[in-house]
Design a protein around this ligand. Structure first.
Ligand code: MSP
Length: 649
């Protein structure tokens, strides 16, 4: 058997200085989706994440909390690991920079740099931004503040080791120019060249003496190694760099190093130069993604529950949060996080589009075929051919976007199939086919095609939202049928065997009440329980009797009905509300009732709606009708004879 291609993907290692917010969980969710996608499409994947535990920032925070640095970080690292578990992050390794396997190798790397003359001893005098752990010259400051984060910088003057960056600057410039994939998206490349490489690289200070929470310089233990040299090395130390037969030989160079745009300079200038000094190949792609912002600016943990990824995942499900993150940050740009955006996405994409597709289809399969998947029949219908073509084209289209790390476009592509499938229901109107026994075969084909389409969707969805496909497998009778859940099963349409039992279960994503969610989350009464649809009957959503009585509900008798030209959905209807009161209404029920079957029916009617014109036809009220989840519709009837015009209260 041919060996699989390998794929090594990394995230930045997070500072365990604070709990993470929903924005900085983004990198790891995106990396996980890519790692899962590559596994699904046949690669031998290694996915690394971890924590960056040394440095002045962590030491200060530990001091402020009265804990030893290691105790301080242990607690936060435990929290971060729980977060990754809750978000279904399937990493292959988690590296902590305080582990011996890392510290020993970083010390060796530093010694080698020193021995080969890349590192020399001098004195540093300049500015330091502790939150960014970054050195700045006077000239680089932005109005006296850190040009990256805008916070205060400190003047430091201490003996230090320096790395001769300039030795490698030309080589790096050439590499960037000759390898267009190295810095992605391409817009970020010019930023690095113009702002840092062209003005000339200054030597980088790579040790500190004014605190001791770090890896000591082996030959001069008064110094600790600069936290970025320590941290960047994690990508190779975790693979077992320097050990024979280790994962390093198998997986290095990395295929994708995913980072936020704020740490691009460290990853596209310092990191490649350190690698060149070690005589190692450079990663194939360093991808700097955009940020998730709040409407009023940068995200911070102090915004409370509404940005706490564990609260959000606990309340709305990890799949919903993952979907939002992967869909909301467009390729190369920033996205906006607000509870409102988040709930609207859940309601539209997940509850309305995906959830409804699954529940409508399964309801109909149960109602019309007792839950046994019917046999499809070759039909020649245009809608069948279109659905099938789109389904068969979707995997390659999604893969092409994922290869460019465009998770948002990939999901948008998949949702075209979700929406096409919902449209297929509306086009074929199974509830009408079900009325005519002669159309049973056609009805069966429609249901079969829908379930096959749901299977396609669930296979492709797995890397993005690992939990929902599991629920879908159960509902469409494919639990444990791994050969129908893998990527190659999408080569052909019609792989599911008729006769399997399907069963509608709970809704995948209950619709949420936006106002109630905002109130609960922002009033600071979060519960980590799953959202329930009961929330829509929250006490503030109730109406008073007075409010109800403002609606003039009456019995209306239909006297006349006709189709409105050029409309599939609308009927013009005349009703009587008693002896001398007549109304004309436009009702969207043409797909469910023939005009002549309506005449004589007595139905419930809202008599005091403001008149409107639809397609140029005046509508002076509304007929009440019930709509089932599968789209079936029924006008409301009375169970005793009542005169037209009677009031309903
Ligand atoms: N420890 C360094 C990385 C060292 S890698 C060798 C670090 N840590 S961090 O915890 O501050 O940031 C980790 C990641 O979170 C970065 O990629 C950063 O861009 C990302 N994000 C922080 N806030 C973010 C948003 N609001 N939105 C998206 N990503 C964000 O930097």
């Amino acid at each position: 058997m041919a060996e699989k291609n390998t794929f090594y993907i990394t995230t930045p290692i997070y500072y365990p200085s604070n709990k993470l917010h929903v924005g900085n969980s983004y990198t790891t969710v995106a990396a996980d989706a890519l790692a899962r996608f590559k596994r699904l499409t046949g690669y031998d994947v290694w996915f690394l994440t971890g924590t960056d535990e040394h440095g002045q920032k962590i030491q200060r925070q530990a001091d402020a909390s009265g804990k030893k640095p290691i105790e301080f970080v242990d607690e936060i690292v435990a929290w971060i690991k729980e977060l990754w578990e809750e978000l279904d992050i399937a990493y292959d390794d988690f590296i902590r920079t305080t582990e011996p396997r890392h510290k020993e190798k970083v010390a060796d790397i530093f010694t080698r740099f020193h021995e080969q003359g890349d590192i020399y001893k001098g004195k540093y005098e300049g500015w330091y931004c502790t939150p960014c752990e970054a050195y700045w010259t006077e000239r680089q400051l932005a109005e006296g503040k850190c040009p990256d984060c805008g916070r205060d910088v400190e003047l430091i003057a201490e003996e230090a080791y320096f790395f001769r960056m300039s030795r490698y600057a030309d080589r790096l410039m050439k590499h960037i120019e000759n390898n267009p994939d190295f810095i992605q998206p391409p817009s970020r490349k010019n930023e690095m060249i113009n702002n840092f490489l062209k003005p000339g690289l200054e030597d980088l200070c790579v040790s500190r003496t004014s605190f001791n929470w770090g890896i000591p310089v082996p030959f001069d233990p008064e110094h600790v190694i600069y936290v970025w040299l320590d941290a960047l090395s994690n990508y190779i130390t975790a693979l077992g760099y320097g050990e024979e037969g280790s994962n390093f030989d198998k997986f290095w160079p990395a295929d994708v190093q995913l980072i936020g745009k704020d740490i691009l300079r460290f990853h596209t200038i310092y990191w490649p130069i350190f690698l060149m000094a070690l005589d190692l190949p450079l990663p194939k792609t360093v991808f700097g993604h955009g940020w998730l912002m709040l409407q009023d600016g940068k995200m911070s943990k102090s915004k409370g529950n509404a940005v706490d990824p564990r609260v959000l995942a606990g309340r709305y499900s990890s799949d919903a949060l993952r979907y939002f993150l992967l869909r909301e940050i467009p390729f190369g740009q920033d996205g906006i996080f607000s509870l409102e955006n988040f709930i609207v996405r859940i309601n539209t994409d997940l509850a309305n589009d995906l959830g409804n597709l699954v529940s409508r289809t399964l309801t109909m399969a149960e109602r019309y075929f007792e839950g046994v998947l019917p046999e499809p029949v070759e039909s020649g219908e245009a809608s069948d051919a279109d659905l099938k073509t789109i389904a068969l084209e979707t995997p390659a289209a999604v893969e092409a976007f994922m290869d460019q790390l465009k998770t948002s476009d990939a999901l948008a592509e998949l949702w075209k199939l979700v929406r096409r499938s919902n449209k297929y229901i509306d086009e074929n109107m199974p509830w009408n086919l079900a009325k005519d026994p002669a159309k049973k075969e056609r009805l069966g084909t429609v249901i079969y095609n829908l379930i096959e389409s749901i299977r396609f969707i669930a296979v492709i969805l797995q890397p993005f939202m690992p939990r929902s496909p599991q629920i879908i497998w159960e509902q469409i009778g494919l639990k444990g049928e791994t050969q129908l859940q893998n990527w190659s099963s999408l080569r052909n349409w019609g792989e599911i065997k008729p006769g399997i039992k399907v069963e509608r279960g709970d809704d995948l994503f209950p619709r949420l009440n936006l106002q109630a969610e905002i109130r609960e989350m922002q009033d600071g009464q979060p519960s980590e329980k799953k959202a329930e649809s009961e929330k829509t009957t929250e006490k503030d959503d109730l109406i008073s009797l007075d409010q109800f009585q403002q609606v003039d509900l009456r019995v209306a008798e239909i006297k006349f009905a006709e189709r409105i030209p050029k409309s599939d959905k609308l009927l013009k209807i005349e009703v009587s509300l008693g002896e001398d009161e007549k109304r004309q209404v436009v009702a969207g029920i043409a797909e469910h009732y023939q005009p002549d079957e309506l005449v004589g029916k007595k139905v419930l009617f809202v008599a005091n709606l403001k008149p409107v014109k639809l397609r140029g036809v005046l509508s002076q009220g509304m007929l009440l009708a019930a709509t089932a989840e599968d789209g079936n519709l029924s006008l409301t009837a009375l169970d005793r004879k009542m005169p037209a015009g009677s009031r309903i209260s």
